[in-house]
Write a protein that binds this ligand. Sequence first.
Ligand code: UD1
Length: 369
Amino acid sequence: MKAPSIHLIAGARPNFMKIAPLYHALAREPWCHVSIVHTGQHYDADMSDNFFRDLGLPQPDFHLNVGSGTHAEQTAGVMVGYDRLCGENAPAWTIVVGDVNSTIACALTAAKLGIPIAHLEAGLRSRDRSMPEEINRIATDAISDLLWTPSADADENLRAEGVPAERIERVGNIMIDAYEMLRDRIEREATREQFGLPSRGYGVVTLHRPSNVDDRATLASLVGQLVTVAARVPLVFPLHPRTRRRIDEFDLMGTVSGTPGLHTVTPMSYLPFMGLVREAGFVVTDSGGLQEETTYLGIPCLTLRSNTERPITVLKGTNRLVPAHQLQDAVAAVLSGTWPAGERPELWDGHTAQRIAASLRSRLVPAAG
Ligand code: UD1
């Protein structure tokens, strides 16, 4: 008898490190057949292919080639593509991860086709509905059959929204599995040395949220802050395509590239990037995943946002929300050694993929209970 088929959906850069440990765990199991569906939301080599290579993922089994567009175009494009794929190859379960447009698009399509859905990284809430990801999170959780959460706050959010307890399973943080799976190779990377930077003597910067980069005055002020910080401590700033475009459009590239301590580079793939982060003195970011990775690694994280869907990284970890105008003070606190040390949240232990495989098995192979 053919093993039941599972679709693992990935579309954008932050999805790839979440599906990788799960793909590797499920590919070993005889009771299911796992396929990777790439929606094509991210398509540049340095936003996609290089991650597949670093994470040891095979070529996707299915590619929907949706590409860029407005939120409606992108979400609708993925829905049409995934609907067609399910028409020919309906899976027994669809697994979606994170909160990007591909996540909600495939969940919505599967729900209408009656295909059971599991959402990995469920229950996170920023309570800021101006963030497209918050809409994606709420909507995906509302229609998923099984909600795999990373932390107790996520369970509470779901319960408060009336989700029955039997649909919620706390499995831990899958990003940590990706790090642990590749720890040896990450530790062998020499990214820091290539930049000629001393261990703990530099910061890593990533910015890509529309709220930070799409408005000229906001981005100009952030760049100004980074220039001031870079005069004290070197910064490495891999530029997301959206951010690079805005920096060009707003005529800020001269300032950025004319600042000796501010090293701008193209987006880095997983291994060299994590190699750089693990030895950094601090991270300045608006990313979700980096708030978690820095908490795990015990590295000060200065999040340039007014809220976070990952409050545990602030409550327990090394993350703090920093208004842009306080960036210099925050960096000064890091440099003077007064940043809080933090601790690792429960179940952020590198065994999340195993717990997920067991959870899925108990549903697909009922006797396994
Ligand atoms: C998406 C996710 C965001 C995630 C981020 C990580 C949504 C709503 N947003 O935002 O949650 O944190 O990915 O990167 O799903 N582009 C390229 N090459 C690519 C991909 C994009 O040049 O391979 C450019 C395009 O001009 C595109 C723009 O970047 O319009 C933004 O890409 P998009 O996928 O729409 O959103 P992100 O900002 O990357």
